[in-house]
Design a protein around this ligand. Structure first.
Ligand SMILES: [Zn+2]
Length: 277
């Protein structure tokens, strides 16, 4: 059995602020240890259920977060950027299941800790009219390859949002947002114990969980935080301006949708650097 694991950082136990997940900052070393142990717990749970091949995508920021030397010696890890499929790099039809570890809610979620979708410039991303965060976007990319997302761990809002899209997904909350920058968290040891158990259970229930497969063509709408972002993005061929901060794009499939989304969020970051509009 082959398992793909996409691992983010904002949703792991303890994290409550962006400062903690930036490579240049003092606390990063501590948080990457916690992220690594949560991923290792997911790997152990997968092994308990009989997984033979495990590929991990280090999916936070620069892709240089996991302490690979501390992981199960037989896994493989994708690290660094750029990635072909972003947080889902490495996914293919060869996999039986996908896990999301350390995931967080979408932007503008009440008490959703550090909620965003790739960048804080994206106010909302909609696929065929459904608002998705990173969890939904990753699930839809896995679904393109016929792979179900069977397990998610992260903050409680991320779990709720994943459950609304994927029936029977096994979710393990590692913390609950109290405010946008505050959490009520489990200890890393407890989080890892629950993740290991949940990952095993998820693979045992593989039959009950369907891939998230979106109807094609895919109508993608992106609402940005600022008008200049939408203006720059609307110059990309076949992208249409819907209103002052929103654009739309009709994609033939999820891979095309993701590649255009990636161009959009990079252009939005450039727009942000140009001034406050
Ligand atoms: Zn993220």
């Amino acid at each position: 059995m082959k398992v793909h694991i996409t691992a983010d950082m904002e949703g792991v136990a303890v994290v409550s602020h962006d400062d903690q997940v930036e490579i240049k900052n003092a606390e990063f070393g501590r948080i990457r240890e916690i992220m690594t142990s949560e991923v290792e717990a997911a790997v152990e749970g997968a092994r308990d259920a009989g997984a033979t091949d495990i590929l991990i995508c280090d999916a936070h920021d620069t892709g240089r977060n996991l302490l690979v030397e501390k992981l199960d010696r037989d896994v493989e890890v994708i690290q660094g950027t750029p990635y072909d499929l972003g947080m889902m790099s490495g996914i293919s039809r060869d996999f039986d299941a996908c896990f999301q570890v350390g995931y967080h809610s979408m932007r503008h979620t009440h008490a959703g800790v550090l909620g965003h979708t790739y960048t804080y410039s994206i106010a909302e991303l909609r696929l065929n009219g459904i608002a998705v965060g990173e969890s939904g976007l990753s699930a839809a990319i896995a679904g393109h390859f016929g792979v179900p997302v069977v397990f998610v761990s992260g903050d409680a809002h991320a779990i709720r949002q994943a459950r609304s899209l994927v029936k029977n997904i096994v979710g393990v909350p590692t913390k609950e947002g109290v405010g946008l920058y505050s959490v009520r968290t489990l200890t890393p040891d407890k989080a890892c114990e629950l993740i290991r158990r949940g990952a095993r259970e998820a693979l045992e229930r593989l039959e009950d969980i369907e891939p998230l497969s979106l109807k094609k063509p895919i109508q993608m709408e992106v609402e940005f935080e600022r008008p200049l972002m939408a203006e720059y993005v609307s110059h990309v061929p076949q992208v249409k301006r819907k209103d002052i901060k929103t654009v739309s794009f009709k994609a033939s499939d999820m891979v095309e949708a993701f590649h255009v989304f990636e161009v959009m969020q990079r252009l939005a970051s450039y727009a942000k650097s140009q001034g406050p509009l």
